[in-house]
Design a protein around this ligand. Structure first.
Ligand SMILES: C[S@@+](CC[C@H](N)C(=O)[O-])C[C@H]1O[C@@H](n2cnc3c(N)ncnc32)[C@H](O)[C@@H]1O
Length: 200
């Protein structure tokens, strides 16, 4: 057990709520609950990534550590021809993401529960997006997330990550450079930046 938002089984009392947000030109209403990341409002980093992320019209899209599903739900709504997979270690968050997918009748999105890439096996994606769980540990979780993206992206596929500039920003950029040979900063704002790298 634990009170962290990244616990597999959060033990905090479950109190449900709704987060309403205007994202990429549309209004969304997400079911949320205590015990999951940023359950009262869309996180500023998530918002920056959602507004600037590249969403291909087709192919496959992985939202790793999807929380209650903001990134994956927006991508699946914007591009009905895209196959969206969302994964999450926190079972409460994964259940909420699945509920949001169902409420929004998104036939092109699935939610899988488990650690990092374990739920997707050896599948490869056109893009991997994440607001990575920095608090869960740079070495324990974030580095395997970045390193694992190389083997889970198609050739030319994109890794898109958001990070707080003064909380792990430099370390994450170094990790991306080490595994992808470089990165670009796609957008900046509210103390966050979006790092993008293409699989060589
Ligand atoms: C910073 S939050 C972002 C959540 C959501 N994508 C958003 O933007 O609102 C990171 C998420 O990663 C999840 N997470 C932490 N460790 C994980 C792991 N080992 N495997 C999969 N997901 C993990 C957390 O539970 C959390 O929901």
């Amino acid at each position: 057990m634990s009170g962290h938002y990244y616990s597999p089984e959060p033990d905090s009392k479950l109190e449900r709520g709704i987060v309403s947000a205007y994202l990429r030109g549309r209004r969304y209403r997400f079911v949320t609950a205590t015990g999951v990341f940023s359950h009262k409002r869309i996180d500023n980093g998530t918002r920056l990534l959602v507004e600037s992320m590249d969403v291909p019209a087709e192919g496959s899209f992985l939202d790793l550590g999807c929380g209650y599903g903001v990134l994956g739900v927006v991508a699946a709504t914007l591009e009905p021809g895209l196959r969206v997979t969302m994964t999450e270690v926190n079972q409460r968050a994964a259940a909420l993401a699945a509920e949001n997918v169902a409420r929004m009748r998104l036939g092109n999105a699935e939610v899988l529960t488990g650690d990092l890439y374990e739920p997707v096996g050896d599948r490869r994606f056109s893009t991997v997006v994440s607001n990575p769980p920095i608090s869960a540990g740079m070495r324990r979780v974030v580095e395997p997330l970045v390193a694992g993206a190389v083997g889970h992206l198609e050739e030319g596929g994109l890794l898109q990550l958001v990070v707080q500039s003064n909380k792990g920003g430099r370390t994450l950029a170094r990790m991306v450079d080490e595994h992808f040979g470089g990165h670009t900063v796609a957008s900046k704002g509210s103390g966050y930046r979006v790092l993008v790298a293409r699989r060589p």
